[in-house]
Ligand binder design. Structure first.
Ligand SMILES: [Zn+2]
Ligand SMILES: [Zn+2]
Length: 294
């Protein structure tokens, strides 16, 4: 069905329409043409995007292969700052309702991650369902292996009155807020004086907080490969050779208690009743609800 719409005149006209609605900006030199064989416009609408300072309405277009959004200049007519995210890069993560911020979810990609909010639960359901569905299809089509790491979701300015790194600097007109591009924290200037190249986020080095900078630049201890000492010449031993503690080396009363891979301490050393130590660890629990497009 999708393929049929793709070639239909209506679909081509709608895509041309979207394309021209982004072309009005004065400095819009980087607006990309959207018409492409096989591309279908699935849905469109205004979503509230959590921006650095506050939530703002943004126009979104969901195609079968990309998500396009931009700032609204004139409702239903003109948009600027076009951004394009390939669907196969998107991980959708549910957000619980929080006060007035309802019907939201996270859009995570290696280059950019942010929260968006729909006006109703059903609208949210529709957007997320199609984002996941077409994202999966794109992953299959392109054979891309999803990036392991997504960009950090920026903490909104309003959520930090003091620096999230030093926990000392009080933000004010003079003490400006900055965002670490690695972890998304709101930090002070002196806690974010370093830049680091995060290729997926930007081709230029970006501001990072001191904690992230230390982690990113930490020198890992080199792996020491010890030479294997030559084996001593075989000598005849009298009696049993000395070997590491083995299950069968234990006295019979301890043997039952010696459970490999359980408690690291040796049971019953003082001759008391041997125990098996701790119970085995419980099975790992399921990870929290999050849907990667795999
Ligand atoms: Zn600080
Ligand atoms: Zn950081």
């Amino acid at each position: 069905m999708v393929e049929r719409i793709a070639d239909s005149e209506e679909n081509l006209l709608r895509i041309a329409d979207v394309e021209s609605s982004f072309a009005g900006g004065v400095n819009e030199v980087f607006v990309q043409p959207l018409a492409k064989p096989g591309r279908v416009l699935i849905g469109e609408g205004v979503l509230t995007k959590m921006c650095r300072k506050k939530p703002k309405p943004r126009q979104f277009y969901l195609f079968n292969d990309i998500l396009v959004y931009g700032d609204i200049i004139m409702s239903k007519k003109a948009y600027i700052k076009q951004r394009i995210l390939p669907l196969e890069d998107i991980t959708v993560e549910d957000l619980a309702d929080d006060g007035v911020m309802k019907h939201g979810w996270l859009i995570r990609t290696p280059s950019k991650s942010f929260a968006v909010y729909a006006t109703s639960a059903s609208e949210k359901q529709e957007w997320t369902t199609y984002m996941i569905k077409y994202g999966k299809e794109q992953l299959e089509k392109t054979g891309k292996i999803p990036e392991k790491e997504n960009a950090a979701v920026w903490t909104p300015n309003s959520e930090a009155s003091i620096c999230m790194n030093c926990r000392k600097t009080q933000f004010s007109l003079l003490k400006r807020k900055h965002h670490c591009r690695k972890c998304g924290s709101v930090v002070c200037k002196s806690c974010s004086s370093n830049k680091y190249l995060i290729v997926a986020v930007s081709p230029r080095p970006q501001r990072v907080c001191d904690t992230c900078y230390d982690k990113l630049t930490a020198v890992r201890p080199p792996i020491v490969i010890r030479p294997v000492p030559p084996r001593p010449p075989a000598i005849k031993t009298i009696g049993r050779p000395v070997s590491p503690l083995q299950h069968t080396d234990l006295p019979a009363d301890l043997r039952a208690a010696h459970v490999p891979n359980s408690s690291p301490h040796l049971p019953g050393v003082q001759g008391s009743t041997a125990t098996t130590g701790q119970d085995p660890a419980p099975p790992p629990t399921a990870s929290p609800a999050s849907s990667h497009l795999t």
